[in-house]
Design a protein around this ligand. Structure first.
Ligand code: AMP
Ligand code: FE
Ligand code: FE
Ligand code: ZN
Length: 280
């Protein structure tokens, strides 16, 4: 059996709980052949992962996961083989960070208005000085006993449409795809299931994204059903897109998702990396 890969991994640079270096060691221990680091709106974990990969002997693909505008739901675009040293990338990511900094206090304020005793300082302590995201706020709510799990914090308060949700200014899908592609990166639509679209609607959206330069779809994802996987594979064939896969590993922030295997139903073959490299 060939060794599997994992092309969707978060580190402590965003809302994962393993450092980039620990992700590399853990991936080797799990027998993975290649990984991609894909933190939310930041490339701060990449250098550490590349160095550790070289030292310990694991192929590490530099990546990122951008949240882009999508009024109907959540749209995330993964970038692979991105130029993490490009000034344009750094400048744009800094702007996204500023948008986060503007949003987080508003989420905390909404929670306080709901009578929950939480502070921005507590959430910042959870994030450890790195990109502060909703999972960190969720972890504070769990620590304080307001919810029993991070998922419950989203379902009750933090998800879109819930009382402490606060929108965040984002790049448009076109801008996100262009930013990834500027330095020769590949732009992949992450976990299409999260878009909440079906049939014609998703087909239309993919064709729009293809016009902006989309290179692929994250077909293999732990919550995609066999029927969904088949429909995404068909879209890849129709629009000549690459298929990728990964777990969206977040460490203890998503305890049911295991590195390299997701909820136990995912095994992504190395062959997909070969195709990605050929498309670069
Ligand atoms: P943020 O970047 O602050 O908007 O937070 C995004 C993070 O929150 C991502 O890691 C998502 O996986 C997580 N997230 C977003 N919506 C949900 C949800 N409904 N349930 C669980 N986690 C979510
Ligand atoms: Fe996340
Ligand atoms: Fe995502
Ligand atoms: Zn992710």
């Amino acid at each position: 059996m060939t060794k599997p890969i994992d092309l969707h991994i978060h580190t402590t640079a965003s809302d994962g709980t393993f450092s980039a270096k620990d992700v590399v060691s853990f991936s080797l221990a799990k027998g993975l052949k290649a990984i991609a680091i894909t933190d939310h709106d930041t490339i701060d974990g990449i250098e550490e992962a590349l160095v550790a990969g070289k030292e310990l002997g694991l192929e590490v693909i530099p990546g990122v996961e951008l949240s882009v505008e999508f009024p109907k739901g959540e749209m995330h675009i993964l970038g692979y083989f991105i130029d993490h040293k490009s000034l344009s990338m750094q400048k744009n990511l800094k702007m996204l960070q500023e948008h986060r900094d503007a949003r987080n206090p508003k989420v905390i304020e909404k929670l306080q208005d709901l009578g929950l005793k939480v502070s921005l300082e507590e959430a910042e302590a959870k994030a450890g000085g790195k990109v502060l995201g909703r999972p960190h706020i969720a972890a504070v709510l769990m620590d304080k006993g307001y919810v029993d799990s991070i998922q419950e914090a989203f379902d009750k308060y933090l998800a879109k449409g819930k009382p402490a949700y606060e929108p965040k200014e984002k790049l448009t899908p076109k801008e996100g795809i262009q930013l990834i592609k500027e330095g020769g990166g590949l732009a992949i639509l992450a976990h299409p299931k999260h878009l909440g679209l079906e049939g014609e609607e998703i087909d239309r959206l993919i064709s729009e994204l293809v016009a902006f330069g989309l290179d692929g779809i994250e077909v293999y994802y732990t919550t995609h059903s066999p029927a969904e996987i088949e429909s995404y594979e068909k879209l890849c064939q129709k629009y000549q897109l690459l298929a990728t896969g990964g777990t969206d590993f977040h460490g203890n922030n998503k305890p049911d998702i295991k590195l390299g295997e997701g909820k136990g139903n995912l095994e992504v073959p190395y062959e997909l990396v070969v195709k990605l490299k050929a498309a670069q």
